[in-house]
Design a protein. Structure first.
Length: 522
């Protein structure tokens, strides 16, 4: 039965009452509340993890900076701390730092659980180029990512990578003033590319490594400068102490040149106008020193010293074993590799040569070459000082001798014998002779009138026996030419010695002449 409307009398549909849903203990509202609560928890865990990572990075950075501060510029310990920490924080299985020196990257520090990997890196210099992660970073001057070295088309060291098990890699250049000075490389033994945050962390370590390298470089330059100044002062001190003895000066020069330039041995040669003769050596064996003394060097192309003497300029031979002109037959020349020779010049005249040697192929730097050139200049100064001193000494001796002769002449106006004896004694002493005599000429004969340091029987025989010298004798040639005759070797005179001459030869050591040989110099 339908109910009718109270207004219109039309029947009204019956309204159904909605029944409330049953409440359940694990309903959707509980789930929504739980899911809404899980969101903040995940966010908190994520932020906590990031905070922990940031704290760990800061702690690692602090450790590296602490290593820099406490190492007192011991670069090796700093670089080792960098690779150790980088490997730990970036979950790497191996890491290395290479320094760029002379166009080649050389191993500086490394970390790996596999010692063979570190040994391989240590023995293998790397050239700039795409073939390795280190070379690629140094070439591009940018961070390099290699997802898998085994499949990377440009990676050339696939065999080594497979032996070491290296897969994912990154390389970060060490940059100083816009130029690469090395690179850091990290590797994993799985295909697991490094994240951006890990790369940023390694970049931070790279900056710290550059700071450490730069500090060490500046300190080394300061030390080198102080060492060079000290060495220069030492040489000058030796020059001042040994004003008239060149031996200690030459020894100090060659020792400092070898020590400060990182050489293994060295020699200093004097030039006698024709040959270089050894004057000092350092750190050479007795056998080698004796060999060099017995084999003076003529200017030429066959050795580094000969070239410096020939060309009157500094000469460096990078590797004597690879030089086609090098033919110096020294007994252990096979051990020589890189050699340097600096000429000792007075104006343009050759005075000598300083030569230093390395037993490995490693070029001498411009600073080291300049230092040896400074030592060469100091050696020339020492030689010149001795020459001037000797000339002054000789001049004073000559003046003193002349004064003595004049004094004897004035005190003995009527007696020639003391005058002759004084003249002869001074002549023998000043000229460094062994004995001497004064002869008076009467026509074509000669008579001995004064002697110094000769056997008495010879003097008596000559004094009372005037003689006529042979035209071939230097006395005869002197009388004929009326010029000074200088015989370099008395043994070169062909004339048959007289009895008195044989007495003199036997008693005073005058060399006898072999038959058929004659040489004299005017």
């Amino acid at each position: 039965m339908r109910r009718r409307s109270s207004t219109g009398g039309k029947p009204v549909k019956a309204r159904r009452r909605k029944t409330a849903p049953l409440k359940r203990g694990d309903g959707s509202k509980t789930q929504r509340r739980r899911s809404s609560a899980a969101g903040p928890e995940t966010r908190i865990a994520h932020l906590t993890r990031e905070l922990n990572e940031a704290l760990e990075r800061q702690r690692a950075t602090a450790e590296v900076l602490s290593a820099i501060s406490r190492s007192k510029f011991e670069l090796q310990s700093i670089l080792q701390s960098v690779v150790d920490t980088a490997s730990q924080l970036c979950r790497a299985d191996g890491s290395v730092i290479f320094r760029l020196e002379g166009g080649v990257c050389r191993f500086a520090a490394g970390y790996s659980l596999d010692p063979a990997y570190i040994e391989h890196e240590r023995r293998t210099p790397i050239s700039s180029g795409p073939g390795t992660v280190i070379g690629r970073a140094a070439m591009t001057r940018q961070v390099v990512r290699i997802e898998d070295a085994w499949t990377d088309p440009l990676y050339e060291q696939k065999t080594a990578a497979k032996i070491a098990g290296s897969r994912s890699m990154i390389g970060v250049p060490l940059m100083r003033e816009g130029e690469p000075i090395g690179a850091i490389g990290l590797a994993r033994t799985r295909v697991d590319p490094f994240t951006q945050r890990e790369i940023e962390l390694v970049t931070t370590f790279a900056d710290q490594a550059v700071t450490a390298i730069e500090n060490a470089r500046l300190l080394n330059e300061l030390r080198e400068s102080l060492q060079q100044q000290t060495a220069t002062a030492d040489v000058l001190k030796v020059i001042s102490r040994s004003a008239f003895d060149l031996g200690p000066v030459f020894q100090s020069v060659v020792e400092n040149a070898v020590s400060l330039c990182g050489a293994d041995r060295g020699f200093l040669f004097r030039f006698d106008g024709e040959l270089l003769r050894m004057a000092a050596s350092y750190n050479a064996s007795r056998e080698l020193t004796d060999w060099v003394q017995r084999n003076p060097i003529a200017p030429g192309r066959y050795s580094v010293s000969a070239r410096a003497a020939l060309e009157r300029r500094t000469v460096q031979v990078p590797d004597v074993q690879a030089d086609p002109e090098y033919a110096y037959a020294v007994q252990d020349v096979g051990a020589f590799r890189t050699t340097l020779a600096v000429p000792m010049l007075k104006n343009d005249a050759l005075v000598g040569v300083i030569a230093i040697y390395r037993l490995e192929v490693r070029l001498f730097t411009d600073k080291q070459i300049a230092l040896v050139e400074t030592f060469a200049d100091q050696a020339v100064i020492a030689i010149e000082n001795v020459r001037l001193f000797n000339e002054t000494k000789e001049a004073l001796e000559q003046q003193t001798a002349t004064s003595e002769v004049l004094q004897v002449i004035s005190s003995s106006p009527g007696d020639l014998e003391p005058v002759f004896e004084t003249m002869l004694e001074n002549a023998v002493r000043i000229c460094g002779a062994k004995f001497g005599g004064i002869y008076r000429v009467d026509g074509d004969t000669m008579r001995l009138v004064a002697t110094h340091n000769v056997p008495p029987n010879y003097a008596d025989a000559r004094r009372f026996s005037p003689f006529r010298p042979s035209p071939k004798h230097f006395f005869g040639r002197m009388m004929a030419t009326k010029t000074v005759i200088h015989s370099a070797d008395a043994a070169a005179i062909r004339t048959r010695p007289s009895a008195t001459a044989r007495v003199l030869t036997a008693s005073r050591g005058l060399r006898r002449a072999p038959r058929g040989h004659h040489r004299s110099h005017r």
